[in-house]
Design a protein around this ligand. Structure first.
Ligand code: SPD
Length: 274
């Protein structure tokens, strides 16, 4: 048995399965938990690989530690999406964080991750984590000026995630942040989603005084090259604010040295920003 994610109309990636552990149609999307021979357990939503046991650390560390290390004192953090819990796990590695709120629209993602991905969802029951099942866009709008950091750990821009790539949402995020707040969102593949990245960057640049794009290599995501977009009100996201805190993080991909280099863009990616 093989599972194929069709990443473009003409290309896909395929993994050999040990077994299918779980499938269901939730109120929002098609959910599958697969056990693969190469990547371990794999969470698939609407036919797209969200995370796997073997390479999840790259995405989760890189969507979190750049922004949190660039902020001198991140205390209150919101994660929109991210029901598998990997982002919350990384956020709570920062001792400054007092509260990490997860706003996930689909409670089934949370429950299935707790059952099948224990090392990813491990921190969802932490005393500093608060899980709210509901619309992340509404949550942001209802909490103006509250957060030091907002992280958008969305699915791909189809189905329930479409609104998470809209300029109106970035505007709400701007208002949801404190005066020195910062936000980061996963912004897809430079190979396959160049137009989307260009649009997201333009929207964020029109709202935030400081913007950035950085990259990480994620083998099970389309093209293996993944981008993250940052908008910041005050702090330069390329500069680590607290070297000691950043250096003491226990990670497998992120390092303080890699922090700055992640913003060094291949020419064809840099051109998306012009
Ligand atoms: N094409 C995959 C994009 C998935 C981004 N979100 C992943 C969720 C993991 N916490």
């Amino acid at each position: 048995m093989w599972y194929t994610e069709q990443q473009t109309p003409h290309f896909g990636i395929t993994a050999k399965l040990k077994e299918t552990l779980h499938t269901e149609t939730t109120s929002y999307q098609e959910l599958a938990m697969l056990d693969t021979l190469e990547w371990g357990r794999m969470l698939v939503l609407d036919g797209c690989v969200m995370t796997t046991d073997r390479d999840e650390f790259i995405y989760h560390e890189m969507i979190v530690h750049i922004a949190l290390s660039a902020h001198p004192n991140p205390q209150k953090v919101l994660v929109v999406g991210g029901g598998d819990g990997g982002v919350i796990r990384e956020v709570l590695k920062h001792p400054t964080v007092e509260l990490a709120v997860l706003a996930e629209i689909d409670d089934r993602v949370i429950e299935v991750a707790k059952e099948y991905l224990p090392q990813i969802s491990v921190a969802l029951d932490d005393a500093r984590a608060r899980v709210e099942v509901g619309d992340g866009i509404a949550h942001v709008q209802e909490h103006p000026g509250e957060y030091d950091i907002i992280i958008v750990d969305s699915t791909d821009p189809i189905g329930p995630a479409v609104g998470l790539f809209a300029k109106s949402f970035y505007e709400s995020i701007y208002h949801g942040l404190k005066p020195d707040g910062m936000f980061v969102a996963q912004s897809e593949s430079p190979f396959f989603n160049g137009d989307l990245i260009r649009g997201v960057q333009a929207d964020v640049r029109s709202l935030f005084p400081i913007t950035g794009l950085y990259l990480a290599s994620i083998p099970t995501y389309p093209s293996g090259l993944w981008s993250f977009t940052i908008g910041s009100k005050t702090y330069d996201p390329q500069v680590i604010a607290d070297q000691a805190r950043s250096a003491s993080l226990v990670t497998k991909y992120y390092t303080p040295e890699l922090h700055r280099s992640a913003f060094e863009l291949p020419r064809f990616v840099g051109e998306l920003l012009k």
